[in-house]
Every structure is written in structure tokens, then in C-alpha cells.
Design a protein around this ligand. Structure first.
Ligand code: MIG
Length: 685
């Protein structure tokens, strides 16, 4: 059951698709306080209370024990103590012997989530705007809550099937020749590959929707040739448009009046990569249409995938911020330089970027209403995504386009995927990536993944291999790294063959993983779940923080530590462990419910299959389009008939009907029960 409570005058965020009348009755569970225009909800947590949700956020799957702040931020340097990441997903689920409900705050401004931070036994959730719709969801299980939230907010985005292939990315590929070399190295060494991302280096002076002529003379020809080799180019698009007369996107944006404005009506400007820029007012329908149209030439050149960046929006500096900093420095020059003055000046200089005052200094015009940016800040990236997705629906109505964004809000999950932003080549960020996935799924973002290997700083060989072992299972499997960091393409490393075999396992699993993804998306389910969702009565399962359920049949438990020779795994029921080294070389080990120490040398990683359910392995290939999805090896631990359903489609249909694509397989257990290993054929159409 879903109930809506309205406070003040909420802004239409486009997050919710279900229209409900507002409740008259008081809100249950919470003590409500209103102070200085803010709305706070307070609740005493049960000692056993677990809190799930908040999507993109640091720390564990259970969010209890920290303070989070919904405020989309470009936080290249995030750590365990970072309160805000690139996205805001205001859904939180309460799960304890006393509670089983979720709340969603449909509020695009700043929201703080003090979840047992100030007081261990208390949650206080505060909306700064005080204008919001609050949805209360009550169902009888955690998976039912997840479905109910999707019913409220709409179906998850469907990427094309090729987007489940391996994608190589790096900030710095500046020419066709360089990109071709990356492709060639993968193909020659048998490292499967389906896509290469183009970062801002492909643009002319970092200007959106331009193409540098020296590096990329003929985009259409280039993308066509790459596609013949089954490799898609995936260019980046940033949010801002450089202020430059004669640059077509600026001229048309200016002519249409599509940019965000200052109080005095002039266009707001801030510097990002191209220098001073204007910021499209994505909250306006006409501005979205204008911006969306700018993708058209790229689509016509054969581009089928994009990533949208810098859409928090990130602001490097404004004239105001820089002047203010210089003023402070000048003051210091004439005064006494003690340590306090010095730190103060440091602080001023360090807060030039993404400064709150700048976010308060410009306005949107939505539904004819002028609204200050900070009150709707968290919508910016989501509405940029919507501009792009609407454009794809206009110009490529019969196919799916890959789209993943950095910033997002609930609602954007209908239009695209997201990546987890700029992580580091740290073991702790590998763990964080895993722990973030179920929260993202709960919020509807099924197509996601982190920068494998880590974006910032230098990766080591073992860390990249362990990242890839997680990436085998994430829908977005992309290796990405920052300019000036150690080269991170697989072929750069001494153990590249081990890494290659890990990616090859992804391709052997790809039709199966795609099937699990599509079933989850089309039934409003979750592809990744905390163990608590399926084993709520099992206290060990409920407190497991470093393993995930995947789809209907599987569980993953990646190695997350440096120099580990294996790890402990908790099995909530009897399972079959498949310990992979390559698609051809793996062990199958039946294991009983309980704790196990699993030996996993660097090139090995496990997949656990739940009893009487199956995994389907195909023979693999070098690109998603060459995979044979008519012939599989089914693996299971069975003592009764195993029924599994394979979802298969053309990978392009924008609105497939689930039942038209399901193939039902029924496999008999071996006599007396045990490991089932059977060839299955599913003839095409
Ligand atoms: O300020 O385009 O998160 O993936 O490589 C950095 C350059 C801008 C941030 C993205 C990252 C991308 C980088 N971008």
C-alpha cells in the first residue's frame, strides 16, 4: 500500500508516475516537526533495525550509523566520510521486528538523513525546503516494497543488449588512431570488447557536440568501421555549453533563451572544461527539446551510446567566487599572516568549486514559475538525462540507446543507467562499489557499475583483476581511468591473460546475465539484492554486508582485499559453487548452508547457485553479437526438477513484452541428487 502526505507546495519532480490523493490522516511511525520552514521526521530505531536504500551513497548496504545529505556533488575525492555523492535517491526502507515500510521524499532540494548518527537509536530526516510529497510504502516483504516503489516511480530503463559487453574507457583518447589501437589490442589478444568510450578529448576545446577535426576527421565513417568490428563508440556529453558566439549550440540556446539566469535576468555563467559556460535550463520542456535535438547528428552518424557527465551541475569557478577569493587574499596581504588566517584563506580557495553561494545565484523557469536553483538542485542531472532519452525516443524510436549519467534523481531510472562516479584505485572503493549496488537497484537503477580498476590514482594488477571479477556481474562492465594515471587497459599488464579470461567468463555468462537483468527490469524487481531480501528470517544472512544475490538463481561474493588467498562466505542455503578461472576451466563444488572459507587465488572467482536453480553458460565469444545463445551448459545443484526461464530478445526492442520472450527449461536432477551438468539447446525463435 502506498500513501502520500503533502507538505507545503511540492515541486513537480517527475519522479512519481502514480497519481495518488494526499492523505488527511496523520503520518504514522514518525514524530513530525516543522521549524524555520523545514520539515523533520523523527523515529526511534529498533535495536535490530536495518535501513536500506539511499541509492548512491557511501558505506554499507545497511545505511544505519551515519549522516547522509541529498545534494548532488562532484566529489572526485570521496571517502567513507563523504555525505553526498553525485546523485540523490531519497528512498529509505526500515526493516526490523517492528517495522517494514519505506519512505520516499519527493523533494529536489537538500535533505539530511541522520540515521543513528547523532543518537544511535534515532533517525531524523530533514527536508530543508519543507515543500514535498512524502510517500509511505507498506508491504509484507522487502522484495514487495521494492516492487511497490517501482510501481510508484515507473519501470527501469532498458539498455541495448550489447551494453552488457565489456567497455573500455579512458580519459585521454584523443584520436581515431589511438582508439583503433585500443580496439586492435583487444581483438588481437582475444580480450572481448563491445564498446569504447570517448571522453572530452574527442571534442574541439571540450565543446559539447563538436568533434575535433585533427583527431577525428570523419565520425560517421569511423563509427561505421568500428561497428563492423562490433565495437560501439560511446561519446561523453557534458551539461554545460560554452559561452561563445558563433558556436552553434550556444547561439541556438541563447536565441531560445534556454539558459539558466541570474536574478537580474542575465545568463548565469560558470567555468567548466571549455571555460565559461551557460547552463541549459533542463527543467524546461522547450530547453530539453532543444538540447535533445543536439544529439541528433551523432545518432545519425551511427552512435548508439552516450554518457552524460558534469550534470550535478559541476561548477569549477564563477567570476564571483574567484573575485571573492582574491579579495580575501588581498586582505591577508595587508594584515598579519597567522595560521588561522592562512587556513582560512586555504579554505576560501578550496571552496571556489561547487560553491553553495553560486548554486543560490541562478534560477530555473519551470511551468512558468521562477525557482532558485538550490531548491531543485538534485533534479539537474535527471532532467538532462530526460532531455537525452526523449531525443532518442524521437530520433531512434525502434531501438534502444545506451545512456548512463553521472548525476541522477529518482525518475531518471526510467531514462538511463548511471555509473558510480569518480572512484579511486582503492580496495575500499571496490568494496564500496559492491555495497552501493543493491541500494541503486532498490531505487530503480538496475543498469549500473563502477569505474573498474578505479578512476583516480594508479591501479595495481591484482586490484584491477579483483575489480574485473566484480565487474563480470555488474550490468555496466566498464574499465575507466583518469588522465595521467597509470595505463589501465587490460593488455598493459603482465597478467593480462588472467584478466582476459575473467572478461571471457562475462561473455560466457552474458546471455544468462542479460536474461536475469531483463526479467528483473520487466517485473519491477531487483537484479542485485542484499541477502536480507530473500532470507529475512536468517540473522546471519540479514547482517551479511559483502555478498549479493543476483537475479533468481545466484549469489556473488567477490574478493575485496589485497593479497587475499580467499575469503569467508556465508551460504544461507545449500548452493553450488562455481569457481571460475575461465569459461572452460572451473570447479563445481557443492556446499552446505553455513560458513565456508573459500580458497581463491588471484585468477579465481566464485559464483554461487541456489539449490534447484540453474546457471546457463554459453561458449563465449569476442563480442556480444557473436555469442551463441541457442546452446548452453546448465549447471545446478539439484535434488528435484530444476525449472529455469531464459529471457531472450533482439536486444533492441524498446518495449518488449516479457512473456513473449521467455523460454522455459526443465531439467531433471541426477539420480540421488547432486551436481547437474547438462547441455541444453534453445533453438532460435
Ligand atoms: O572533471 O571528462 O566522472 O569519468 O573521465 C572531470 C573527464 C570530468 C568526470 C567524469 C570522468 C571523466 C572526466 N570527468
Amino acid at each position: 500500500m502506498i500513501r502520500k502526505h503533502t507538505f507545503g507546495t511540492p515541486f513537480p519532480t517527475d519522479a512519481v508516475v502514480l497519481s495518488l490523493p494526499a492523505e488527511e490522516n496523520p503520518l504514522p511511525y514518525f514524530i513530525l516537526t516543522r521549524e524555520n520552514g523545514q520539515v523533520s521526521l523523527t523515529l526511534r530505531l529498533h535495536p535490530e533495525e536495518k535501513l536500506y536504500g539511499l541509492g548512491e551513497a557511501v558505506r554499507g548496504m545497511n545505511k544505519r550509523g551515519f549522516l547522509y545529505r541529498s545534494w548532488n556533488s562532484d566529489v572526485f575525492n570521496h571517502t567513507e566520510s563523504t555525505e553526498s555523492l553525485y546523485a540523490s535517491h531519497n528512498l529509505l526502507v526500515f526493516f526490523s521486528p517492528e517495522h517494514l515500510f519505506g519512505i520516499y521524499l519527493d523533494d529536489p532540494g537538500q535533505v539530511t538523513w541522520d540515521l543513528g548518527y547523532t543518537r544511535m537509536d534515532t533517525a531524523v530526516i530533514t527536508s530543508e525546503n519543507g515543500d514535498l510529497d512524502l510517500y509511505l510504502l507498506e508491504e509484507d516483504s522487502l522484495p514487495a516494497l521494492a516492487r511497490s516503489f517501482r510501481r510508484l516511480t515507473g519501470r527501469s530503463y532498458l539498455p541495448p543488449r550489447w551494453a552488457f559487453g565489456y567497455i573500455q574507457s579512458r580519459w585521454g583518447y584523443a584520436s581515431e588512431a589511438e582508439v583503433r589501437r585500443v580496439a586492435r589490442e583487444h581483438r588481437q589478444r582475444g580480450i572481448p570488447l563491445d564498446g569504447i568510450c570517448l571522453d572530452i578529448d574527442y571534442m574541439e576545446d571540450f565543446k559539447n557536440f563538436t568533434w575535433r577535426k585533427d583527431g577525428f576527421p570523419d565520425l560517421k565513417l569511423f563509427s561505421t568501421e568500428m561497428k563492423q568490428d562490433h565495437i560501439r563508440l560511446i561519446p561523453i556529453i557534458d551539461a554545460a555549453i560554452r559561452t561563445e558566439e558563433g558556436y552553434a549550440p550556444y547561439d541556438s540556446g541563447k536565441a531560445g533563451g534556454f539558459f539558466c539566469r541570474r536574478e537580474d535576468g542575465s545568463d548565469f555563467e560558470a567555468a567548466v572544461w571549455p571555460g565559461f559556460c551557460c547552463f541549459p535550463d533542463f527543467l524546461r520542456e522547450d530547453a530539453r527539446r532543444w538540447f535533445g535535438d543536439l544529439y541528433r547528428p551523432l545518432l545519425e552518424a551511427g552512435i548508439e551510446g552516450f554518457w552524460n557527465d558534469m550534470n550535478e551541475p559541476a561548477l569549477f569557478y564563477t567570476e564571483r567566487g574567484v573575485r571573492e577569493a582574491f579579495r580575501r587574499a588581498d586582505e591577508l596581504r595587508s594584515g598579519r599572516v597567522d595560521y588561522e588566517a592562512m587556513w582560512d584563506m586555504n579554505h576560501v580557495f578550496n571552496s571556489i568549486a561547487n560553491n553553495p553561494e553560486d548554486y543560490r545565484s541562478f534560477f530555473h523557469e519551470a511551468d512558468g514559475r521562477k525557482i532558485r536553483h538550490d531548491r531543485v538542485h538534485n533534479l539537474y542531472g535527471a532532467f538532462m538525462t530526460r532531455a537525452a532519452a526523449d531525443s532518442f525516443r524521437r530520433f531512434r524510436p525502434s531501438g534502444r540507446v545506451l545512456l548512463f549519467s553521472r548525476s541522477s534523481f529518482i525518475g531518471a531510472h526510467r531514462n538511463g543507467g548511471i555509473w558510480q562516479g569518480d572512484n579511486f584505485s582503492w580496495w575500499s572503493h571496490l568494496k564500496m562499489a559492491l555495497q552501493m549496488l543493491p541500494g541503486l537497484n532498490l531505487c530503480g537503477f538496475l543498469y549500473s557499475g563502477c569505474d573498474l580498476g578505479g578512476f583516480g590514482c594508479n591501479v595495481t594488477e591484482d586490484l584491477l583483476e579483483r575489480f574485473l571479477q566484480l565487474g563480470v556481474f555488474t550490468p555496466l562492465m566498464r574499465n575507466h581511468s583518469a588522465l595521467h594515471t597509470r595505463d589501465q587497459e587490460i593488455y598493459r599488464f603482465s597478467i593480462w591473460e588472467t584478466m582476459r579470461d575473467t572478461v571471457r567468463v562475462r561473455y560466457a555468462l552474458l546471455p544468462f546475465l542479460y536474461s536475469e537483468f531483463m526479467k528483473a527490469a520487466l517485473t519491477d524487481g531487483m537484479y542485485f539484492r542484499p541477502l536480507a531480501f530473500d532470507y529475512p528470517e536468517d540473522p546471519r544472512a540479514v547482517s551479511t554486508e559483502d555478498q549479493l544475490l543476483l537475479g533468481e538463481s545466484c549469489m556473488i561474493a567477490p574478493v575485496l582485499e589485497q593479497n587475499a588467498s580467499g575469503r569467508y562466505v556465508y551460504l544461507p542455503e545449500d548452493m553450488l559453487m562455481i569457481r571460475f578461472r575461465s569459461p572452460e576451466d572451473y570447479d563445481t563444488v557443492p556446499l552446505e548452508k553455513g560458513d565456508h572459507r573459500i580458497r581463491l587465488s588471484l585468477g579465481e572467482f566464485p559464483l554461487f547457485v541456489r539449490k534447484n536453480r540453474a546457471v546457463l553458460l554459453c561458449s563465449g565469444g569476442e563480442c556480444s553479437e557473436s555469442l551463441d545463445d541457442t546452446s548452453f551448459t546448465a549447471l545446478a545443484l539439484a535434488n528435484s526438477p530444476v525449472v529455469c526461464t531464459l529471457y531472450r530478445d533482439d536486444g533492441q526492442d524498446p518495449s518488449p513484452v516479457l512473456t513473449e520472450h521467455l523460454i522455459r527449461l526443465s531439467l531433471d536432477p541426477p539420480a540421488g541428487g547432486g551436481i547437474l551438468r547438462q547441455h541444453v539447446s534453445c533453438p532460435a525463435g
